[in-house]
Design a protein around this ligand. Sequence first.
Ligand SMILES: N[C@@H](CCC(=O)N[C@@H](CS)C(=O)NCC(=O)O)C(=O)O
Length: 242
Amino acid sequence: MARREVRLVVFAPSHFCERARWALDHTGVIYREVRWAPGPHALLAKRLGTGTSLPILDTGTDVIQGSGRILDWTGIRGHDPDLEGRFTRWIGPLVRRYLYSALLHDPSSNLREVQFDGVSRPQALIGRLLWPLTRQRMIRAMEAQADAHPGLERQVEAALDWFDAQVVGRHYLVGGRFGRADITAASLLAPLARPAACPVYQQIRLPFAVEDALRGWQKRRSLLWVERMYTKHRYSDKQASF
Ligand SMILES: N[C@@H](CCC(=O)N[C@@H](CS)C(=O)NCC(=O)O)C(=O)O
């Protein structure tokens, strides 16, 4: 009997989706990436899974929604529940909220085009039509109002201070070898580090003040660590080394 293909459904610029994609790549899972457009995704996601959020992994026999559950499914080693919880509940959402509180209010932003890059034509068409509504929804759902931005910047600095201290004298976060906790931290900080191995974050045009902040953070220990994880492990781990 023919094996059904494994599909990973993502938003192009989502760092939670990147977390799942990296774990699949690292553990040698063969899959096809499918990009959905924000807006039309809600109906499609509810039909495939149980809620509206991406990533979703469709193995052909199971539908697994959420990056954490996808990482569980890969069996990848190197889990640190406390540290990863800080990233999935605090730093990941904070980084996203910080960037969107600028991008969703910037009329010259190319965010919309980046989000629709690689999605099917019908979805891109519907997504563009729905964009004004979707944009409002995203602002509400993430509490990404423009006036929140300065306070969020200070919170991001505090998060980086915390992670700077975590990586002092450590190559990897768990057990002296690259694994799950490293993928979690590096992928959820990637929108700030903008490593070459994750080009989507270099494609997003940022407002001047945010660009300036990111440049100022570039040499921080935490973001240099992210850059190192991407350079050493994003596409160079050929086979499952978990
Ligand atoms: N805890 C979830 C978070 C995923 C998440 O927040 N996904 C966002 C994109 S980064 C999303 O799908 N938002 C749209 C929605 O929820 O409808 C995970 O780890 O996958």
